[in-house]
Design a protein around this ligand. Sequence first.
Ligand SMILES: Nc1ncnc2c1ncn2[C@@H]1O[C@H](COP(=O)(O)OP(=O)(O)OP(=O)(O)O)[C@@H](O)[C@H]1O
Ligand SMILES: [Mg+2]
Length: 316
Amino acid sequence: MSKKILDVKHLKKYYPVSKKSFLHAVDDVSFSIFQGEIFGIVGESGSGKSTIGRSILNLIAIDKGEIYWDGTRIDSLDAKGMLEFRKKMQMVFQNPLASFNPKQYIGSAFSELCKFYKISRHEMNEKIIKLLELINLPADVLTRMPSQLSGGQLQRLSIARSLLLEPDFIVADEPVSALDVSVQAQILNLILDLRDKMGLTILFISHDLNVVERICDRVAVMYLGVIVEMAKKEQLFSHTMHPYTHALIEVNPIEHPSLRKDREIIAGDIPSAVDVGEGCRFAGRCQYCKKGLCDCVTPELIEVESGHWVACHCPF
Ligand SMILES: Nc1ncnc2c1ncn2[C@@H]1O[C@H](COP(=O)(O)OP(=O)(O)OP(=O)(O)O)[C@@H](O)[C@H]1O
Ligand SMILES: [Mg+2]
């Protein structure tokens, strides 16, 4: 097995909502990612997925916890120290159109980044030609404006730009959510291909279980700021243990109508993460909730079989 390259330990990020109240966006989350792995984080809107991604890249300050890259603690680095790590760690965002300046040629978006990192013009040209080959786009895209390209082409370019500094690690935050299903498949194949060719390690954030199942090696399921289940993809889908993961799989749109069956839906809306107290956060929506236990004792994330972790008092 490859080595652990990213270690997130007891990460907490709270946002103040009033003088005394806090929104628990990420609440004591720990996980590791292995070198060359695609690690997925899946969960409903507001569960804290992007907050984790941004915290790892030091785009937001964390409140508690520790983040290590290859043994070096990176959450407390100063701006200069972080600049070096930024080269190794890049982000791909959901909306490719918003990732580029609408008034700037694509070529300029690439050269600007090279100038910032003091990459020579010669080296830059070589890198860009190589990257365009990798993402399978012709060189003339560099002379176009973002509005003259399709969503799929722009997302390819956004991925290429994130690879310009030859990073080791990419946070891909919903990179295919804004794209048509047919284009999604192309981008997912591209990401898999790049992982193999460049040995990238990827944190892949998504709310779509179909996408996660297609691309990830291991998956963490988040609910209201905490990980409720974490396992190898095959374990998660074939031996689902947490009622929330079950419910997510049940409500997951199935592409072929003949495979659809009567599916139970998760009751109610995702509750507020403000000042959450003791107890399982899913208790109020869980049909297996045991009163006096689930609603007042917080379940710990426990390894119940090799590599399969679950935080539930009554797992399946
Ligand atoms: N800057 C902020 N100030 C206050 N609250 C914030 C801030 N950023 C995020 N939050 C809150 O933190 C929680 C987690 O947000 P986050 O963006 O991590 O969720 P997410 O799982 O990525 O959701 P989505 O699937 O919608 O992108 C949400 O309740 C959100 O409203
Ligand atoms: Mg998000």
